[in-house]
Design a protein around this ligand. Sequence first.
Ligand code: NAD
Length: 284
Amino acid sequence: MTIIMKGAAVATAMKGPLTAALDGLRRQGVVPTLAIIRVGARPDDLAYERNALKKLEGLGIKCRVAAYPEGISQPEFGGEFSAINADPTVHGILLFRPLPRQLDETELKLVINPLKDLDCMSPINSAKVFSGDATGFAPCTPEAVMETLNHYGIALSGKRVTVIGRSMVVGKPLAMLLVKENATVTICHTRTKNLAGICRQAEIVIAAAGKAKLITADFVSSDSIVVDVGINVDVAGNLCGDVDYEQVAPVVSSITPVPGGVGAVTAFVLAKHVVRAARYASEV
Ligand code: NAD
């Protein structure tokens, strides 16, 4: 029987320690506060924002949304961003990306306080992830994958793991988090030859390509553990992952669904990051 690795179960397990940590901060008079910065109103940003507000406010984290018009200029947005970055009552920042063309993300990456950079924009946090230094903030989605694997008791040491995708938001940092746990990692991308064959050789396949139903039954075996990070819309207009779930789920050992898998864990990783950022601020 295939084990369905549900994000809700991971999130429930994360809630207890998070609530205790938040209570501890409140007893010290700290109100953990997140600033969500959004430019424009892309439907995927709005969906993420609604979910994050519901989950984080439900835990007692204060959230402030700073929303700006799509056409805001670089000087104006840079000024707004710097003011939030410098505000001592804001412990952590989540900036939705990609930004509209006229805005320079590189400039913001260099400006953001690494101690408030909850989704790994800053090169300082990237360097920490790549050097295995856990004091930095990894991007929330790769960390949600790690939380999911850990919750379901999947040992990583010595395991062959194939990651499909090499972005700085998911694929590359995820590969580094896996290497830190002593996995043997192969990173695949659009130029990879024989993707199905490479995936079949892996014990764990993690798909983060953003291509609906890319992973079919010939990519896996009965022992495969499959984690689907993709969020796509299929031809019928339904939300789906990178894995052809109907075809793959019955033939593998474990799999995360979409929706209801990794995506359901991400907001709780964000909450964990707010707690850490609030602690960093109270230690300064
Ligand atoms: P991206 O477009 O920046 O990167 C996709 C990567 O996949 C690229 O490195 C590319 O080389 C690779 N790729 C694309 N098509 C491929 C193919 N046919 N074969 C092999 N490799 C291929 O996307 P991203 O920002 O890394 O996001 C990846 C997916 O994860 C998207 O579906 C995105 O919506 C989803 N996502 C989910 C969450 C979550 O919380 N679950 C968060 C962020 C992103």
